[in-house]
Design a binder for this molecule. Structure first.
Ligand code: ATP
Ligand code: MG
Length: 175
């Protein structure tokens, strides 16, 4: 098959593996020399291993756009501002057309908390250049996004060491 079609991919659900699946795709694409952009919404406070890994990979650009979700009513305004700024960057990168894959990590969370409105997001995704793959991750993907997507995987939690044993996050597995 030689036709190149940009897919809209969604990784959602309550089980672990959404972000790491997207990062795996980034690794795979970089192996073909495809430029990949990873925009991480909400995240910013933790030092994830992928930050250093991708620093050494010229085809993958990773940017954190948040400060860690505060979950506090009084700072939602700040979360909203950061989310809107991040989304503006996503739109301009989609229009610029340099990257072959754009990963919008945790955008589902941004949308399900109403930090930015859904309709302009759907419109911009619909209007993206035809060859551009976009991957959206995070719990609680909106129904409309799922309906629009070409590939949707819902991670289902079967066991999780935190939920089952209260085990804290392990280096290399969760961060
Ligand atoms: P990962 O980044 O490891 O691929 P994820 O993107 O699927 O996980 P998120 O919803 O982004 O998961 O959750 C962020 C953090 O919460 C991760 O450190 C993840 O390991 C952890 N986590 C995911 N699922 C669960 C769960 N069911 N119970 C407790 N913690 C979880
Ligand atoms: Mg995630």
């Amino acid at each position: 098959m030689s036709v190149e079609e940009g897919l809209l991919v969604v990784f959602t659900g309550n089980g672990k593996g959404k972000t790491t699946a997207a990062l795996g795709m980034a690794m795979r694409a970089a192996g073909h020399g495809m430029p990949v952009l990873v925009l991480q919404f909400i995240k910013g406070a933790w030092s994830y291993g992928e930050l250093s890994s991708f620093e050494n990979m010229s085809d993958i650009t990773l940017k954190q756009l948040g400060t860690g979700f505060t979950w506090k009513k009084e700072s939602l305004d700040e979360d909203r501002k950061l989310a809107a700024k991040g989304w503006a960057e996503a739109v301009s990168e989609m229009e610029r057309g340099h990257f072959k894959i754009i990963i919008l990590d945790e955008l589902n969370v941004v949308l399900s908390y109403g930090l930015i409105p859904l309709d302009p997001v759907l419109d911009a995704l619909r209007a993206r250049p035809p060859g551009l793959h976009v991957v959206v991750t995070g719990r609680g993907a909106p129904e409309e996004l799922i309906a629009m997507a070409d590939l949707v995987t819902e991670m289902k939690q079967v066991k999780h060491p935190y939920q089952d044993r209260g085990l804290k996050a392990q280096k290399g597995i969760e961060f």
